[in-house]
Design a protein around this ligand. Structure first.
Ligand SMILES: CC(C)(COP(=O)(O)OP(=O)(O)OC[C@H]1O[C@@H](n2cnc3c(N)ncnc32)[C@H](O)[C@@H]1OP(=O)(O)O)[C@@H](O)C(=O)NCCC(=O)NCCS
Length: 256
């Protein structure tokens, strides 16, 4: 494929046909087991983001062709926001939520998702937002790897309250500073080996990740050399000793 110069722009109602076409292309490229990776949105849904006040859309174009898109929501105080089950303690006016991230299969492999998140983050900062968040299906590593590369951390692992899918919640405190805030200190870390094929590990990841989070750890980055997901302890008042033989036991208790 002959890639032209890629350009980025905020989408409006005139882009609705392109947005629907790209979504259809991606849905038809997903395996039946992967359909839950994205919410299948109607024209009406997208219209709310294309002419809405708190919901917006960013698009990446190759020439005239829309090749990637993202919905991002900057909710207002008093408004019922998406993902109310995650970080209800943060005021709406501080938040940017990423949703419906789609990259044309012909353009994958260039971390376009990460690049879109960087672009939106800057825009969100200019709008006074301080905290970004996203929910991703656990069996969609292409998406959560991009979010980790973007500096987001896995801080909650649960079932989606709407459809029961196993999901990861990632978040990031956003700032104009360029210094990374996550890896700077001597916090305890735990390395969760994923191996060469992450997909074979996914069935076991849900319980392991929940266990780590209950013990005060956040998933902060991938270490390609050791093929591991690195977890960093946030709360030193909790136990430091991780023993995965206890996972079944911990599943039986409601809280630690
Ligand atoms: C998720 C998506 C947007 C990412 O596209 P992208 O930005 O081109 O991402 P890339 O293909 O560059 O991959 C990013 C990382 O994921 C890894 N990755 C890609 N596909 C993978 C797969 N099937 N399994 C495991 N890892 C994968 C890549 O190796 C890369 O990691 P690296 O930079 O450490 O090498 C794209 O796959 C997509 O549109 N998927 C369908 C819709 C969807 O799931 N959207 C997200 C909803 S939250």
């Amino acid at each position: 494929m002959n890639k032209k110069h890629l350009t980025v722009k905020k989408l409006d109602i005139s882009n609705l046909p392109d947005v629907m076409n790209l979504q259809q292309k991606i849905i038809s490229g997903l395996h039946p087991d992967e359909q839950h990776f994205i919410l299948h949105r109607t024209e009406e849904d997208y219209l709310k983001s294309l002419n809405g006040k708190s919901s917006n859309m960013l698009g990446v174009f190759d020439g005239e062709e829309l090749i990637a898109q993202t919905v991002y929501v900057m909710p207002h105080n008093g408004e019922l926001r998406d993902m109310p089950e995650f970080r209800p303690d943060i005021p709406n006016q501080d938040i940017v939520i990423y949703e419906a991230i789609l990259v044309d299969p012909a353009y994958r492999g260039s971390s376009l998702m990460k690049r879109m998140l960087e672009y939106i983050e800057n825009h969100a900062l200019d709008n006074g937002r301080k905290h970004s968040m996203i929910q991703i299906a656990i069996d969609n590593p292409a998406s959560w790897i991009n979010a980790l590369h973007h500096g987001m951390a896995i801080t909650k692992v649960d079932y989606d309250p709407n459809d029961g899918v196993k999901v990861l919640y990632l978040e990031k405190r956003i700032t104009h500073q360029t210094t990374p805030t996550l890896k700077q200190d001597n916090k305890k870390t735990y390395s969760l080996h994923l191996g060469e094929n992450i997909h074979t590990q996914i069935p076991a990841l849900f319980n392991k990740m929940q266990y780590l989070i209950r013990n005060g750890y956040h998933g902060v980055c991938l270490d390609k050399e050791t093929q591991s997901l690195i977890w960093q302890q946030q709360d030193t008042s909790r136990t430091n000793i991780l023993d995965f033989r206890n996972i079944m036991q911990y599943k039986k208790v409601s809280s630690l």
